[in-house]
Design a protein around this ligand. Structure first.
Ligand code: MN3
Length: 208
């Protein structure tokens, strides 16, 4: 069973003016597709038992994977999972403030306020060296936490459940923002899909 590109639930231009249509199109049809193609290629050389495992299971136990496919699954499986979530974490009707009761209370408890969370998240996103992601996760202890991952590493590989993430690879913003990553980070908050974040929080908080 080969992985395929998940349907994008909005048009490429839906997130404008914050993220431009051309960036969305290339990011989704070229970059995300390439992770999928390379993941499928790696899995095609792996054992049937490995091919039948859900992607999240593979990423949770990278150390147990055969060395011949470990790096390819880490990079491309992570790339597929991270981007599949990233598209859902944004919406045409996104932005403003967190509005779900669960995540709002959890943010207040951990960070004191939403602006305090934003400040810490932005600082993390700005300082990812090279390519990577900034995340809001439910940590192993059940509390919210901010973390970053290099390249396409997925938070679940370290036992953390992501509920919001920001792709800070240059391919995510360079056409519109060039070297101005901080401007992209600021603009991105206008398209955050808080409904999805709340759903993920409710789904995952119970499992930790
Ligand atoms: Mn990307």
């Amino acid at each position: 069973m080969a992985y395929t590109l998940p349907k994008l639930l909005y048009d490429y231009g839906s997130l404008e003016p914050h993220i431009d249509a051309r960036t969305m199109e290339i990011h989704y049809t070229k970059h995300h597709q390439a992770y999928i193609d390379n993941l499928n290629k790696a899995l095609s050389t792996a054992s049937p038992q490995l091919q039948d495992k859900p992607l999240e299971e593979l990423l949770k136990s990278l150390d147990s994977l055969p060395e011949s496919v470990r790096t390819a699954i880490r990079n491309n499986g992570g790339g597929h999972l991270n981007h599949s979530m990233f598209w859902l974490m944004m919406s045409k009707n996104g932005g403003s403030l967190p509005n779900g009761a669960g995540v709002t209370a959890a943010i207040k408890q951990k960070f004191g306020s939403f602006p305090a969370l934003q400040e810490q998240f932005n600082a993390a996103a700005k300082t990812v060296f090279g390519s990577g992601w900034a995340w809001l996760v439910i940590g192993k202890d059940g509390n919210l936490a901010i973390m970053t991952t290099p390249n396409q590493d997925a938070p679940i590989s370290q036992g953390h459940a992501p509920i919001l993430g920001l792709d800070v690879w240059e391919h995510a913003y360079y056409l519109q923002y060039q070297n101005r990553r901080p401007d992209y980070i600021t603009a991105w908050w206008n398209v955050v899909n808080w409904e999805y974040v709340e759903d993920q929080y409710r789904l995952l908080a119970g499992k930790i």
